[in-house]
Every structure is written in C-alpha cells, then in structure tokens.
Ligand binder design. Structure first.
Ligand code: ES4
Ligand code: ZN
Length: 350
C-alpha cells in the first residue's frame, strides 16, 4: 500500500496514451445520453440499455488467452471495443469532456506532463469537424495547464490500416492546429502495414519540424523489419521514439542501433500482459533497460484495459522486473528526457 502511495505521489510524465482509450464507460454513457444515442455493437446486434451493461461490455474486449466467454456475442476484439466508443464523440464539448476526464484522472495521480495521441481519421470519417475536435482539445489543454498544473501536448496518430493518401489529406488539414500538435505517430492494425508505406508523410512532418514516433506492435509478424524501418529510414534518418517495439530484444543489431541513436521506447506493461505471457514480456522490458536503452512506462488505453492507469503500470514493472528505487528514478528521468517538451518545461519537471 505504501508503494502504491509512493508511485501515485511521484511526479510523472506520460508519453503513450490514446485519448480515445481513456473513454470510460461512465463518460461514454453520459455522452450518449447527451447526444440522444442508443449504444450497442452493430456486428452482433447487441444494445446496451444501462450503464451496467455498457460496463460489462468492456470486459468483452479482454483478450487474455484462455479466457472463457459465456457466449460468442460477448467476445469482441480490442479494436471493435476501442473504435466502437468513438461514435459518442460529436461536439466540441464531447472532445473537451473526454480530454478533461483524462486530465482530472491523472492529475490526481500526479502526472505533470503528458503527450497524448488522438486519431483524427476516426472522427472526420464520421463527419466531425476539425474545429470541433481541435477546439475541444485546445480548451481542455489550456484548463489543465492553468488549473491542474498538468502540461499537455498532442500527438496526431494516423491509422495505418487506412491509405497513405488519407493520412496525407488529414495531415494537410491539421496544419492550422500545429501550434498544439507536437508530433505524429502510426497506430491501429499493423498487420501487413509497414511504416515504409507512410514514408512521404513522415518526411513531410519532419520537414515541418514535428517529432516522429511509430507503433511497432509486440504481436505483429514482420515486427523486426518494421522496427528496422523506423530506426533507419523513416523521416529520412529514423524516428525520435518507438512505441512498444519489445521484439527488438530478439535482434542484437536492432538493440545496438536503438542504443547508438538514443531512441527512447514507450512501454505499456499492462497492455502486453493482458494477452502475452509474463515470461515473454517481463524479461524483454528488463533487457531493454539493462542494455541502457531509455524506456518510459505508460498506459496505452487505460479505460479499455481494466482501468489500469500509468501509476499502476509503473508499480507493475517495479515488482515484476524487480526494479529498485534507483531504476524507478531512471525511468522517471527517461520519460522527461524522451519528452518533446521545450527545455524549460523539462527543467521544471526535474
Ligand atoms: C491501440 Cl493497443 C493499440 N494498438 C494499436 N493501435 C491503437 N490505437 C489505440 N490503441
Ligand atoms: Zn498505443
């Protein structure tokens, strides 16, 4: 219990969290009510007629191997659950409320700085305007900075299962909001979607002075080639950070490249442990840290991952990797170091 309190009190930086992945059932229910919507999962025809039912549906996206579902309708993929939540986000107020919900939640566990992903394509596709989306994010960010002592910047993520053309169109449309967008990333389903498909997008963003990161999922075939591309090619000369990328530990040459180039990696323990064996996940996290590679612990999609937020993820690695207090201080410093905040912001966090 003491350790828990310590981890909550420790000033923290979070560098890998998807805004839409912080949509709790409670907020989703509230926004659906406000927007006069019925909630459900179209594929199965199931509707949720109470908050309790909606809450229970979040358990359907739990994909731990061996989990037995009572019936097939309860079972759906993480992506179905996550993208299913998007539909309640319609107005500027909805985006504001979503962002404030995250900020309030993590300010209470002493997160002081965050860089938060959002998926514009999942919103414009449903007819949401850029002004509604970015207006809500902008106002929430300002309130967090002023009232919660929490400084936030936004990372625009592109859905790699959509076309590079769609990504570029969205990139162009985002230009008026680049004062609050610090970088770009790639997320969604990585199967057969190597980063190189988005080489032009990354080059353009680099030219425009944005920072670059890319998801290299732990559970993807071709993951080593994807990691190689982001380390060596993407953006002309490699990215600034890697999201996940734990399979680098299987290739000494990748480890060496990541280390030599000082590329930090965001690591989300609970996101992996939900569907991967402990004996695979934990030694890899430990190996990255022991090799002197900068890793920063984060939460990914806490609302869809059994309500496990960043403080709990830190506690998990501390216990499971047997990190001592010095290691934990290193992780906290790594996150500051790896962040894309201006020097005066970083200095304030130290
Ligand atoms: C994501 Cl867990 C995960 N994987 C890939 N893309 C994502 N976007 C939000 N969460
Ligand atoms: Zn992620």
């Amino acid at each position: 219990a003491d350790e828990n309190a310590f981890m909550r009190a420790l000033p923290k930086v979070e560098l890998h969290v998807h805004l839409e992945g912080t949509l709790t059932p409670e907020l989703r229910w509230k926004l659906a009510q406000r927007n006069g919507m019925t909630l459900g999962l179209e594929r199965t025809g199931v509707t949720y007629t109470s908050l309790e039912q909606l809450k229970a549906s979040y358990a359907g996206a739990q994909i731990r191997p061996g989990h037995e579902f009572d019936n097939e309708e309860e079972k759906f993929t993480f992506f179905e659950a996550y993208y299913g939540g998007f539909e309640v986000l319609k107005t500027k107020q909805d985006f504001y409320d979503l962002a404030m919900n995250y900020f309030n939640r993590v300010a209470a566990i002493n997160v002081r700085y965050c860089e938060v992903f959002f998926d514009p394509q999942g919103h414009t596709n449903r007819g949401v305007s850029w002004d509604a989306m970015m207006g809500g994010l902008r106002d929430a960010q300002a309130v967090a900075g002023r009232d919660l002592n929490l400084y936030c910047q936004w990372i625009m993520c592109f859905m790699r299962d959509l076309s590079p053309e769609s990504a570029m169109e969205h990139y162009e449309a985002s230009l008026p909001y680049h004062d609050i967008i610090i970088g770009i990333g790639l997320d969604s389903d990585e199967h057969l979607r190597p980063p190189a498909l988005f080489a032009d997008l990354y080059k353009r963003a680099r030219q425009d002075g944005l920072f670059l990161t890319c998801h290299c999922d732990v559970a993807t075939d071709n993951t080593h080639e994807h990691i190689r591309q982001v380390v060596l090619d993407i953006g002309g000369n490699g990215v600034d950070r890697i999201d996940h990328g734990l399979n680098a530990t299987e290739k000494p040459e990748l480890m060496e490249l990541i280390q030599d180039r000082g590329i930090g990696m965001t690591v989300c323990p609970w996101s992996y442990l939900r569907h991967q064996p402990v004996d695979e996940v934990i030694p890899r996290i430990r190996a990255l840290h022991d090799a002197g590679i900068k890793i920063a612990v984060a939460s990914d999609d806490p609302a869809y991952m059994e309500d496990v937020w960043v403080a709990h993820n830190l506690l998990l690695v501390k216990k499971m990797c047997e990190f001592d207090d010095r290691d934990m201080v290193t992780l906290a410093r790594n996150a500051i170091d790896m962040s894309w905040g201006k020097e005066e912001v970083k200095t304030r966090l130290l």
